[in-house]
Write a protein that binds this ligand. Sequence first.
Ligand SMILES: [Zn+2]
Length: 282
Amino acid sequence: MHKTIISLTAAVMLAGCTGGSNNSNNSTNEAANQETKTYNFLDAKEKTFDGFSVHWLKDNAEDKNFPFDLFGNIPESIRQEVNLPDDGIPSSMSAYLIKSNGKNILFDSGLGEKSGGQLIPQLQSYGVAPENIDYVYITHFHGDHIGGMLTPDGEKVFTNAEVYVSQLEKDSDLGKGEQAAKMIEKYGDKIHTFNFGDTLPEDVKAIKAIGHTPGHTVYQKGNVLIIGDLMHAFAIQVNHPEINANFDGDKDQAASTRKSILQYAKDNGLTMCGMHLPVPEK
Ligand SMILES: [Zn+2]
């Protein structure tokens, strides 16, 4: 019967319960004070913030659950903290669109049409055609993030876009891999690199979030944080950021980055948008 799907809200509420799980009495007040700030995750497909809007682009057609064994050996005690479906951990393949000052900013491009990616129809549902994308900010060079940059024929999808990626990612082995190299060649002088800490067009800040890949980047615009592949098993990692996915390249670094970015988001009241978070119903 374990078919209850954990919702973003439920997991966030759980997140507020970390820390003093052993029977505390005199530390209760202290724990309550520390936990008054909670994690915020995007809880709707579209949301307006101060001066811009964020739109969730669900790239996978079917619901996606990541198998448990993608996360090493998750202790049974941790698995039992959350009510998960039998077939894995609710997830998605996603990208995001931010509309700001008449500009369309795309964060990652999904799997691509050839692999069944739904990015283009998703963009169209928000009234945006590929040629209307002004900027593409890439979190990292995995295929489910850059597959949508080229058409099945190998041509540019975002014909008018300036494309940004971290210098570290471009210089890494991933940057020299076939898929990334092809994309870099096609986009030519439209490809721009940055260093962590740089502020990019439309006031988007590039934040170091390495570990998943050598140059993995988290982007901040106002109170929104696009967290890329910081989390793959939201329901579990929100309370146990020490747990990694098999595809985290440098696991110790990935875990340390996950902890620090989550803390940063919590401390600053930022709303997080992740490429593998379960998509909300509304
Ligand atoms: Zn990914």
